[in-house]
Design a protein around this ligand. Sequence first.
Ligand SMILES: *Cc1c(COP(=O)(O)O)cnc(C)c1O
Length: 404
Amino acid sequence: MTWQDDAGRDLVRSFGERMAMFVRGEGSYLWDAEGTRYLDFLAGIAVDSLGHAHPVFVEAIATQAATLAHVSNYFATPPQLALAAMLKRVAGTGDGGRVYFGNSGAEANEAAFKLARLHGGSDRPRILALTDAFHGRTMGTLALTGKPWMQEPFLPMTPGVEFIDSTIEALEAAIDDRVAALFIEPVKGEAGVLELPAGFLRAAREITERHGVLLIIDEIQTGAGRTGEWFAFQHEGITPDAITVAKGIGGGFPIGALITYGAASELFYPGTHGSTFGGNALGTAVAGAVVGEIERAGLVQNAAERGEQLRSAILGIDSALIGGVRGRGLLLGVALTHPIAKAVVAAAQEHGLVINAPNDETIRLVPALTIGDVEIDEFVALFTAALRTVEDALLLETPTEVPA
Ligand SMILES: *Cc1c(COP(=O)(O)O)cnc(C)c1O
């Protein structure tokens, strides 16, 4: 029996076939059971902010597990209060902000969806989200996710959500006083690292404010410093009504949060939402240590600088398969000139590089925020080799004219 047999028999089929089985990680490297080493530029989908087995992460889990793991939300704990204060500070909420803790991105967005309904009441039944944006796989967050093929097997959706294009004209046309909230994914990671048009976020803030609409920004993939600011909206100098975070905040520990600003912080009242595990001492201690280390080690700035370095390095690769690089900081999408992203991912794995393809024409790069020259140089060598492998295969498939 191989691990592939076990996985094929015992695990849910919704993920498709597992590409490898990893047994250990350290920094930006992973090892499989055969001892083969891989450079990890996926970092568990923008989750492992500090890389694998970072001493700060390990120490936080061990110490908190040996002190106090869980007491339920009938009680407060020091790590929970410390993380809430830290998130309010880096998100710039000021004193009026509040934090709701859940255990995943979807749970953070579910809380945001309920926040939108509390704000909307019966006067504002409409909720707007962007076509192609991804907000999660639960029934509520799927209703917010503008991808018909994902929704189709699970219809009917929770009503009230409408999808609009990511243009300022579409914002102007759609937003009125019947809208409760506008959800925005500031860089559409799952859709292929698509950026919003220039001025879009500022226009969204201005128009939502004018109509009393909550502006809710999904920072689940973009947050925790990944784009070179703590949160992507901060590049635009606006203040939202709420943001959702998860992935990189926990550095590998499952945790999510809804962070509210100003008046939106007063919408939930006792009994309107909850979670048994959410915000427990163990999870918040680990996330507190991860966020603290991102700050201490200057990793937000590192994401900005290494992101630019990585972008230039990729654009310097001599390959006809590279069409360009999208994204910001260490959330980059390499646009390919042919729909061969899956083949590039497979070839990369053969060469010892873990990357991923959110669609057929894009490679997504979301490495640990700790990467430096060594990882970037190694990435370029492995990625170049993978592209060569795919180019060679393409040449074989396309018979060239035989000279007479
Ligand atoms: C990953 C992601 C989610 C869902 O998070 P889960 O932890 O998988 O539930 C939601 N929104 C965005 C933008 C994401 O990238």
